[in-house]
Design a protein around this ligand. Structure first.
Ligand code: SF4
Length: 468
């Protein structure tokens, strides 16, 4: 239920081929496969005989692009982007890729993540006479490239990466060359693949490679730059001194279940999270049900481990669009009623385990429990396949302020009472880490406040956004 979740900011794709063809179609397909990572704007930029041509707008990928538009985006290489906006109303200006002309030619940049020193860098660039057209920290990167470029693009990227701090996965097209870059902590995902025809693909998730018929070569390493030029790939590390801190929420919620993240299938990790939750319970229940779609994999894992039947009790209307954009509580309530309905005969008189992947504000869960009980459920026991979110994310995830985070405001017992559940259990942090097999390589700051790098005060984060 989107409006009660954290939101990922972006999905990225870049494709390099050795011939001019309908690359727009492939980029479009790739963006469709990444739509879950951002639903507020979409954009594609292609190299068309040496000129970058682009189109971007607010909306879902299939709202932004029609067939004519896709066909007009022919070229030999290109980049694409889907975005979830964290800066107020969606605005075409803030859609990506960002296309800029600089003394090295033209570039198109797509960014996933958030820079923690963007405000300081932006102020310095303004002092140097640079102007800004968007509210994006991504524009700080393009301006820095323009400022630092001395003729060697690889060298320039390295210099920029030594200045910017924070989370960034980047796909950058400069002339006929495609770059993929991951920050020194590897906070955001980026994978490299290649088709049997020799096309190179960079994407946020492996599901995109599957769709495009590309074989996964590997995840880019933290602090790595990959360059694809004239069909050859070379890569180098620009910083291998930092510990990996991959976003644990990719496993819990953001990534597609059919993607492979850092060598693990997301679906199998989520089932394991559910199985561990089941090990916390001695009691037996009549059925295990997911909050669709976010709780499905963990509910299956719980059901298998506990040997309790898995049952769909909340029916989802797939044809309802994005509910989180609805501004008032009344509209959101209506959207929830449109989106989910209770399967009455399945719940009547039953003791239900209701599984979801997270509770952020608690508003949706409260309403769902109310609906289940109104339909005759005897008991509803809520199990959450992640720890409570109690701290803001500074790395590109749209976390509410601490005031709206129910985990930061209430004890477990209070949350349980507030949402009207008969019991409530969250996954322990150590168990979440264990299930991913990346115990020491994950960012878990929104659960324990231990950020992998110095972050600005939350207030500063919003000052930057308000100034624009
Ligand atoms: S703070 Fe949380 S949401 Fe943000 S990068 Fe770290 S684990 Fe992911």
């Amino acid at each position: 239920m989107e409006h009660d979740k954290l939101h990922e900011e972006c999905g990225l794709i870049g494709i390099w081929t050795d011939q001019h063809h309908a690359i727009g179609e492939k980029l479009y397909d790739g963006l469709i496969s990444l739509q879950h990572r951002g639903q507020e704007s979409a954009g594609i930029a292609v190299n068309q005989y040496g000129q970058i041509v682009q189109y971007k707008n607010v909306g879902l990928v299939n709202e932004v692009f029609d067939e004519d538009r896709i066909n007009s985006l022919a070229g030999s290489l290109g980049v694409g982007h889907v975005r979830y906006s964290t800066t107020g109303r969606p605005d075409r200006r803030n859609a990506q890729p960002l296309v800029t002309t600089f003394k090295g030619g033209q570039m198109a940049l797509a960014h996933n993540g958030n820079l923690v020193n963007a405000k300081q860098l932006r102020d310095e660039l303004i002092d140097d006479g640079y102007t800004f057209e968007t509210a994006l920290d991504t524009e700080v990167i393009t301006r820095l490239i323009a400022k630092l470029y001395q003729g060697d693009m690889a060298e320039t990227i390295q210099q920029v990466c030594s200045v910017v701090q924070g989370a960034y996965a980047l796909v950058l097209m400069v002339g006929e060359v495609l770059y993929g870059i991951r920050d020194p902590y590897g906070l955001r995902p980026l994978v490299l693949g290649k088709t049997p025809e020799g096309e190179w693909v960079l994407a946020s998730e492996t599901a995109t490679l599957d769709l495009l018929g590309a074989d996964l070569i590997r995840d880019l390493a933290k602090g790595e730059i990959v360059e694809i030029k004239q069909g050859e790939m070379r890569s180098w590390m620009f910083d291998d001194t930092k510990p990996q801190a991959f976003c644990s929420f990719e496993f819990v919620y953001f990534a597609r279940p059919d993607s492979i993240v850092e060598g693990k299938t997301v679906l199998s990790v989520r089932k394991q999270l559910g199985a561990i939750l089941a090990s916390y319970d001695d009691d037996t229940y009549d059925l295990v049900a997911p909050v669709p779609d976010s709780g499905i994999a963990a509910a299956i894992g719980y059901s298998h481990a506990a040997k309790i039947p898995y049952t769909t009790v909340l029916m989802k209307n797939k044809y309802i669009g994005r509910t989180f954009l609805n501004p008032t509580q009344e509209q959101r309530d209506r959207a929830l009623r449109l989106k989910l309905n209770v399967q009455r005969e399945e719940v009547f008189g039953k003791r239900i385990v209701l599984v979801d992947d997270s509770i952020v504000r608690g508003t949706t869960m409260k309403k769902l429990i109310h609906q289940l009980k109104a339909a005759g459920a005897k008991e509803v026991h809520v199990r959450i396949s992640s720890p409570p979110v109690i701290h803001a994310c500074h790395f590109g995830i749209d976390t509410p302020t601490n005031k709206s985070l129910i985990g930061a405001q209430m004890t477990h017992a209070e949350i349980c009472r507030h949402i009207g559940a008969d019991s409530l259990k969250f996954l322990e942090i150590r168990d979440m880490l264990r299930a991913t097999g990346m115990e020491k390589a994950l960012c878990k700051a929104c659960f324990d406040g231990k950020y992998p790098m110095a972050v600005p005060k939350t207030a500063d984060k919003f000052v930057f956004e308000k100034e624009i």
